[in-house]
Design a protein around this ligand. Structure first.
Ligand code: PMP
Length: 305
């Protein structure tokens, strides 16, 4: 179990984590009607800094907009959101990097199956920044469960209830002795993992499923595309066949909680040489340097709290 910090944010104030409750009768509990994001807050010499905070805020707003939760954005400007995180981080004593889980819950009681005009509340808490995938090499299994299509529950909205799809697929992978799943869409194209985006390398070209591939538009996916272009790598966003993974020179997963994790096996096929590949290593180093605040790009992407 990850370490969770003592103080949470709920109902527009910092409270002990044990008091950050939702009613069992709320739509958040009844239907999983909440949207969320997870972002890192890193401890640096200059202070604590959140990574790509504006992008995370915007994705939260977009998720709410897609689902039809229309009371969050008018109540929460970016500045107010940033102030709440600053208060929460100050209330907890953090000496190492943490993840912040920020969730917008529909806390109206028994509203029926609808979304518009309902009261929402923002909760936030901090927990230890432990990777969800083995960093030396992850083993993946194609899921028997397909990714929920955009015409059912859109993956680009980060909706709590939709994560049952990820739970089914990841549990299936774990039951078969793997670390995580590869999600395919209804037509058999590669989407992503249960909670991370995927990249592959073929003949020196970095390839990732495009944003019409029923995936979450990951903030680290975007960061890696930017980093790869700045490193002058050839990059393509397109539809990806499952069998392309089997013959890829390199594969890696990325995400806030996955970091940059090399993939060394898919469906009992060894990938590349079975260890982290050279392009993955280059991307991982650039990504780490960015987080550490060591590059000019870091200054634009870190918000000091
Ligand atoms: N896909 C899914 C389904 C996820 O849950 C996550 C984690 N938020 C990601 C991709 C990676 O997104 P990010 O880089 O924004 O953490």
């Amino acid at each position: 179990m990850a370490k969770i910090y003592d103080k949470a944010y709920m109902g527009e104030r910092v409270v002990p984590i044990g008091e950050a409750h939702l009613s069992v009768a709320s739509a958040a509990v009844l239907y999983g009607l909440s949207v969320y994001t997870v972002f890192p807050v890193c401890v640096k010499k200059k202070g604590t800094a959140a990574f790509r905070l504006r992008d995370h805020y915007q994705r939260l707003v977009n998720s709410a907009q897609i689902i039809g939760l229309d009371t969050f954005a008018p109540a929460w400007s970016f500045e107010k959101f940033q102030k709440a995180i600053t208060e929460l981080v100050a209330a907890n004593t953090i000496t190492e990097d943490v993840f912040v889980r920020a969730t917008v819950h529909v806390d109206e009681l028994v509203p029926g199956t609808r979304s518009r005009g309902l009261h929402t509340t923002l909760s936030m808490f901090l927990y230890e920044a432990k990777p969800i995938l083995p960093q030396a090499g992850a083993r993946l299994k194609t899921s028997v469960w397909r990714r929920i299509p955009d015409y059912a529950i859109p993956s680009r909205a980060k909706v709590n209830g939709a994560y049952v799809n990820s739970v089914l697929a990841r549990q299936d992978a774990i039951d078969s002795g793997y670390d995580d799943c590869v999600f395919l869409d209804a037509t058999g194209h590669v989407c992503e993992l249960s909670a991370a985006n995927i990249f592959l390398v073929r003949e020196g070209v970095l390839i990732t499923p495009d944003t019409m591939s029923d995936l979450l538009e990951g903030i680290n996916r975007k960061t890696i595309l930017e980093l790869a272009r700045s490193l002058k790598m050839s990059v393509v966003e397109r539809s990806v066949d499952l069998t392309e993974l089997y013959i890829a020179d390199e594969i890696f997963a990325c995400g806030t909680s996955a970091f940059v994790a090399p993939v060394v096996e898919v469906d009992a096929r060894k990938i590349g040489s079975g260890v982290i590949g050279p392009l993955t290593q280059q991307i991982r180093d650039a990504h780490t340097a960015l987080f550490r605040g060591e590059t000019p790009m870091s200054q634009q992407l870190l918000t000091y709290l």
